[in-house]
Design a protein around this ligand. Structure first.
Ligand code: NAP
Length: 234
C-alpha cells in the first residue's frame, strides 16, 4: 500500500490511539493530536519507536483557535505534503443523564467537541487535505434519529446527530475535489467510553474501520457506515 499522510484527533487513548498504532503499522506518516501532548505517554513512546513517522501535536477540537495553531504546525511537520486521511475521532460522552436534569454545559460540551469541532477543523484544514483524500468522522449509531428507541445520553445523541449533518454538508462542500467525507460508527468498543463489557476490542474496531476507509469510493461520500461497512439509517 502507498505511504500516506494521516491525522488523528483524540489520539492519546482509546480508538484514536489504536488508529495511530495501526496506521503506523501500515507504514504511513501519522500526525497524532491530543489536548496534552506532554501527558500522552503512550503516544510519546510510539514516537520514539517510529522516528520521523509520528508527530504528536496539540489540538483541543472544542477550541477553534487551537485548529488554527494546528494548521500552522501541520505544514511544518508534513513538509507541505497534504493529508490523505483525516480521522475526526475525538469525542465526549456524558453518561447518567435524566430528563428534567439535562445540563446546558453537557449539551454545549457535546456540541463543541462532537459536532462543531470536526466541522470547523475540516474547514480550517481543507486546503491541507489532498484532492481525492478522505475525512472519517467517527460518529455513533446513537446519533441516528431513525434508530432512536429510548431517552438515553441526550447530550451525546444530539451532538452526534449534529455531527452527522456536518458530515453530509462537508461531503457536498468538498465533492468537487473528490474528497470523501463519511460518518463511521465503530461498534460498541472496549475503551474508557465504551466500558469493559463492550463487544469489540479497539483493535477489532479500528481494523474494520480502516478496511471500510480503504474501500470507499466517491459514491460513498456523505454516507453513514458501521465498522463492517454496513450502511446505517440517519
Ligand atoms: P475515549 O476512550 O473516551 O477517548 C476519547 C478521546 O477523545 C480521548 O483521547 C480524549 O482526550 C479525546 N477528546 C475529548 N475531548 C476532546 C477535545 N475537546 N479535544 C481533543 N480531544 C478530545 O473514547 P473512544 O471510545 O476512544 O471514542 C472515540 C470516538 O468513537 C468518539 O468520537 C466516540 O464518540 C466514538 N464512539 C465510541 C464508541 C465506543 O463504544 N467506545 C461507540 C460509538 C462511537 P482526553 O484524554 O484529553 O480526554
Amino acid at each position: 500500500m502507498d505511504r500516506r499522510h494521516c491525522l488523528v484527533t483524540g489520539a492519546n487513548r482509546g480508538l484514536g490511539l489504536e488508529f495511530v498504532r495501526q496506521l503506523l503499522a501500515r507504514r504511513h506518516h501519522v500526525v497524532a493530536t491530543c489536548r496534552h501532548p506532554g501527558k500522552a505517554t503512550a503516544l510519546n513512546t510510539l514516537a520514539g519507536e517510529y522516528p520521523g513517522r509520528l508527530h504528536v501535536l496539540p489540538l483541543d477540537v472544542a477550541e477553534p483557535r487551537s485548529h488554527a495553531e494546528l494548521a500552522r504546525e501541520l505544514a511544518l511537520v508534513t513538509d507541505g505534503e497534504k493529508l490523505d486521511l483525516l480521522v475526526n475521532n475525538a469525542g465526549v460522552l456524558r453518561g447518567s443523564e435524566r430528563f428534567g436534569h439535562v445540563q446546558p454545559a453537557d449539551l454545549e460540551a457535546s456540541f463543541r467537541t462532537n459536532a462543531m469541532g470536526p466541522f470547523l477543523l475540516v474547514q480550517t484544514l481543507a486546503s491541507q487535505i489532498a484532492d481525492g483524500g478522505t475525512v472519517a468522522n467517527i460518529s455513533s449509531e446513537v446519533g441516528s434519529i431513525a434508530l432512536r428507541q429510548e431517552f438515553r445520553t441526550p447530550s451525546y445523541a444530539i451532538g452526534k446527530a449534529a455531527q452527522n449533518m456536518a458530515t453530509s454538508l462537508l461531503a457536498q462542500a468538498l465533492e468537487s475535489r473528490r474528497i470523501k467525507v463519511v460518518a463511521l460508527h465503530p461498534g460498541w468498543v472496549q475503551t474508557d467510553m465504551g466500558g469493559e463489557q463492550a463487544a469489540l476490542t479497539a483493535q477489532e474496531s479500528v481494523a474494520g474501520l480502516l478496511q471500510v476507509i480503504d474501500h470507499l469510493d466517491e459514491d460513498d461520500s456523505g454516507g453513514f457506515l458501521d465498522w463492517q461497512g454496513q450502511t446505517l439509517p440517519w
